[in-house]
Design a protein around this ligand. Structure first.
Ligand code: AMP
Length: 193
């Protein structure tokens, strides 16, 4: 398994586990949230476009996001594979991702969903807010991000389930346990040599 995406509600640990999994697989993490935040920090045109959306907990428009990912997936380091963190988040993005990968002669191996109870997530996110000072980790924005996830991203689970590449991991235990579960799925998926 070398082309994988990690899905899950805000605070489920996508970033952490995408990093672990990518390290194991020896492929880069492609995190749209990180790419947006870097562009915002560097005050690029893309960053100026994205900032208001991130601050409000809304999704950046699909065209902007898709173009950014298309560029990133064309980079040589993504050739052997990648772990996508936070993309696709809408059905339209999922379809565009299929097109991008199809044009490169490949497809997605797995969509891994991290499952956690909402109450536990709010507590995690508020803790992260204290540590990282992210502008979108205030309580109102957190609530909005859950709504947006529920409305726009949760339906993607069915999209990938129908294709038979959807896997679930219980992400409520401690980080090491979840990490082992994610790796277990990855190992099971590895094509036999
Ligand atoms: P994340 O770090 O993945 O939680 O993303 C932080 C914020 O970046 C989101 O709340 C959105 O505003 C924006 N963002 C990240 N990925 C996407 C995406 N695939 N589509 C639209 N907006 C995104």
């Amino acid at each position: 398994m070398t082309t994988v995406l990690l899905m899950g509600p805000p605070g489920a640990g996508k970033g952490t586990h995408a990093g672990h999994l990518a390290g194991h697989l020896g492929v880069p993490v492609i995190s749209t949230g990180d790419l947006f935040r870097r562009n915002i920090a560097e005050q690029t045109e893309l960053g100026r476009t994205a900032q208001a959306y991130l601050d409000a907990g809304e999704y950046v428009p699909d065209e902007v996001t898709n173009d950014m990912v298309r560029d990133r997936l064309a980079a040589p380091d993504a050739r052997p594979g990648f772990v996508l963190d936070g993309y696709p988040r809408t059905l339209h993005q999922a379809k565009v991702l299929d097109e991008i990968l199809g044009a490169q002669g490949r497809s997605l191996d797995a969509a891994l969903v991290l499952r956690v109870e909402v109450d536990a997530l709010v507590a995690r996110l508020l803790r992260r807010a204290e540590i990282e000072h992210r502008s979108d980790d205030t309580e109102d924005v957190i609530r909005r991000r859950f709504e947006v996830y529920h409305d726009q991203t949760a339906p993607l689970v069915d999209f990938y389930a129908e294709r038979g590449i959807h896997y679930e991991v219980d992400a409520s235990p401690d980080v090491d346990t979840v990490r082992a579960s994610v790796w277990q799925v990855a190992v099971e998926l590895k094509p036999a040599a």
